[in-house]
Design a protein around this ligand. Sequence first.
Ligand code: PAF
Length: 286
Amino acid sequence: MIIARSATELRAAINGPVSFVPTMGALHAGHASLIRLAAADGSCVVVSDFVNPSQFGEGEDFESYPRDLDGDAAIAEQAGAQILYAPSMAEIYPPDFATTIDPGPLAHELCGALRPGHFAGVATVVVRLFGLVGPRRAIFGRKDYQQLAILQLVAKDLALGIEIVGAPTIRDADGLALSSRNAYLSAAERVQAAALPVALQRAAAAYANGERDAAILAAIGRNALDGVELEYLELRSAELAPYDPEHLAVLLVAGHLGATRLIDNIVLDPTAPEHAVAQLSTKEYA
Ligand code: PAF
């Protein structure tokens, strides 16, 4: 695997149609699964490793975000990446950089309501990375459900011609979705963090038993979130429009354990309502 420190090195290393896995580093088994998915069709897999300041709000963890290029390189190579692109700040944001991509109203809801500018920062860096990397498809985890939906919208609206692929969430044995930020949790918080998947699982079990009332499903989830400072627990349509009991839906949760912000979600399918429960308990769901 080649570590490219600049777009020039990156371009010299690319040797075929690119499947791209954008990351902020601190790679874990969840990222490895995205890389394996990217590599499955034999394309040239580029993983970017860049902690993007424009998606962090004031007082958030930009400075303390875990950085470990050597560890990232080992995981990326093992999972099948050909190139790890670790650009400098100046390459991504040159001094005269002036553009911001505003992904529209969805960027201001759910996670965006309490993180103003977050999704504009994500969309801007991802589109810039797309320009530098030139992929034909890009893979993102479904754990960041709203991010994935917004990037699909941006790719469509801006006619980028890049396929945006969502990949299954990878979970620890107790159901906690893997995230680079899990490393911030103290031992006690790590135990408590399993409340998030438990909340989703309980609501999914009620859904599988026929419950379709959004307020009741949310209350069932909320009751499992003892110790979590809840930001939101919300049922939406799969497209993040208002919930419609007849159609594919998603239950999304965000909350804090101490200083650590965690998110998770589960898709609820009225035509196969037992699916969510089964998949959550096997650590992966589609
Ligand atoms: O999901 C992430 O790690 C980041 O938001 C992304 C997509 C790499 C943009 O910085």
